[in-house]
Design a binder for this molecule. Structure first.
Ligand code: PLP
Length: 513
């Protein structure tokens, strides 16, 4: 037993980590002021400082040991805001158009702070009563926004990968005709389980095939057409081949839309096929599903409401700060059937939803709050407007590019546009091998040069084996002015690189006088 000499001071315990309300107010206001200054200054900053790992490590003093003693919170936070603001890429910058990572909604930043303050563990209802109900409402609203049945089940997870994997595992346990949960894959009484997705499917599926024990060889990669959409005839013949080999097809994954070009698989036809063949139909709508909120884009996603499950990312087109993904499953009991084990040491009863029984996590953070706040701050109409504007801006770039003889527009879907720099004199030779290779290397170097310029941030895609530059607008701060600036930047930097590379390039062009 500890002596009472030791315990007496603990009657008025003072822990080094605690903060007085006065101090919290003071440093909290300071942090909020710094964030407001950041928001104000964003358009004038480079999108990224494009520093090397060693520069970043130096700024951080990465190799210093764990401090023995503490630092006061005020100065510590002040130094930390400087460190982050001076050495980060800002996906909230109006000219961040690279990956499908959105600008974070300011109300979401405050939502995360508020969520951490209450700190509910949204694994079980009794220890997170309001947070659990807010999550349930958020999930229902997301379903409503994309036209998915509102009585479907679902939960928030870390992102698209996990949302897809949760749906995948639910499909597997729902379609397995034996006691998979108890006996495992080895007890499969029939042929191996097979999964179908196009060659353009996101890499989450390989992780899912692996961790589910099916193995990546059980994934059937289905051909795509010229527009990167799954080829239905190839899908059907692959399923037939597998059936005649005694395999068990159980899951078709439709992508809406693909990460590289925004292509949308023929969802309606896939839904019909899956219904006829009794297969689980899953839609990976991590990015594109939210376009269904916009009436004129919803047609492109027809068929999605019939899916057995849909993955959608609030941290993409709902502009939630990272992380927030959402798994939606038409039959919510299927989720419970997959993830609930109800061990005897959990006595939470049946009074309400205990989310630990609906997914992979046990302790769970309050991800829903930031999404729930944003949905209410702007409502359906606000989201329709922002998503529509993002799509219009990506299309506007595609249209603008037609006026630039040295830029070749390559694809346009939803808010993704791809193109490449193509020097005028190479236009007629772009299909010859040396020129193809030269253009790939030119555009690769151009992308790096654009990034280090900090003027705008793009990414790349491979379009019919050509290296392309790509914008994806999931950014409510991007304006038409930002979009209009892109062709000039691409031309200026593209010409400069072409001039640097040309003298040593062997393009085997026909001799011209
Ligand atoms: C972004 C994306 C993913 C992965 O989502 P994360 O949130 O990055 O885990 C999966 N599929 C598609 C189609 C995506 O666009």
């Amino acid at each position: 037993m500890a002596s009472s000499d030791r315990l007496d001071p603990l009657r008025n315990r003072s822990a080094p980590l605690d903060m007085s309300p006065e101090e919290f107010r003071k440093v909290g206001h300071q942090v909020v002021d710094r964030i407001a200054e950041l928001l104000e200054s964003l358009p004038g900053r480079p999108v990224t400082p494009a520093e090397t790992p060693s520069t970043i490590r130096e700024a951080l003093k990465a190799s210093r040991g764990l401090p023995d003693h503490g630092t006061e919170a005020g100065p510590l936070l002040e130094a930390t805001t400087k460190l982050l603001f001076n050495h980060s890429l800002f996906n909230g910058h109006p000219r961040f158009l690279g990956y499908i990572t959105s600008a974070p909604a300011p109300i979401g930043m405050l939502g995360d702070l508020l969520a951490a303050a209450v700190n509910p563990n949204v694994g079980a209802w009794p220890i997170a009563p309001m947070a659990t109900e807010i999550e349930a409402q958020t999930v229902r609203w997301i379903a409503e926004l994309i036209g998915y049945p509102e009585d479907s089940g679902g939960l928030l997870v870390s992102g698209g990968n996990l949302a897809n994997i949760v749906c995948f595992l639910t499909a597997r346990s729902s379609k397995a005709a034996w006691n998979l949960q108890g006996l495992g894959l080895d007890a499969n009484p029939a042929g191996p389980l097979r999964v179908y997705a196009s060659t353009e499917v996101h890499t989450w599926i390989h992780k899912a095939m692996d961790i589910s024990g099916l193995g990546t060889d059980s994934l059937r990669s289905i051909r795509v057409d010229d527009e990167s959409r799954m080829d239905l005839a190839d899908l059907k013949s692959q399923i037939d081949r597998d059936l005649s080999d005694g395999d068990q097809p159980f899951l078709v994954v439709g992508t809406a839309s693909t990460v590289s070009t925004g292509a949308i698989d023929p969802l309606e036809a896939l839904a019909t096929l899956c219904r006829e063949r009794d297969l689980w139909f899953h839609v990976d709508g991590a990015y594109g599903a939210l376009a269904a909120a916009v009436p004129e884009a919803a047609e492109l996603l027809a068929g999605m409401p019939e899916a057995d499950s849909v993955a959608v990312d609030p941290h993409k087109w709902l502009y939630a700060p990272l992380e927030a993904g959402c798994a939606l499953v038409r039959d919510s009991e299927a989720l419970r059937g997959t993830f609930a084990h109800s061990p005897p040491y959990y006595h939470f009863g049946e009074v309400a939803t205990n989310y630990f029984e609906y997914g992979l996590q046990n302790s769970r953070g309050f991800r829903a709050l930031k999404v729930w706040l944003a949905l209410q701050q702007v409502g359906r109409s606000g989201y329709v407007q922002m998503i529509r504007d993002d799509i219009d801006l990506a299309r506007a770039l595609y249209d603008l590019l037609a006026d630039y003889p040295e830029i070749e527009p390559l694809s346009q879907n939803l808010s993704i546009t791809t193109f490449r720099y193509l020097p005028k004199d190479l236009l007629d030779h772009s299909e010859t091998e040396p020129v193809r290779a030269y253009l790939d290397s030119l555009n690769q170097k151009l992308l790096a040069r654009i990034e280090s310029s900090g003027e705008v941030y793009l990414s790349n895609a491979i379009i019919q084996e050509r290296f392309a530059l790509r914008i994806c607008v999931v950014n409510f701060r991007t304006s038409f002015t930002d979009i209009e600036a892109i062709p000039e930047i691409v031309m200026r930097l593209g010409r400069a690189i072409d001039e640097e590379l040309r003298p040593t390039a062997d393009l085997s062009l026909p001799f011209r006088q």
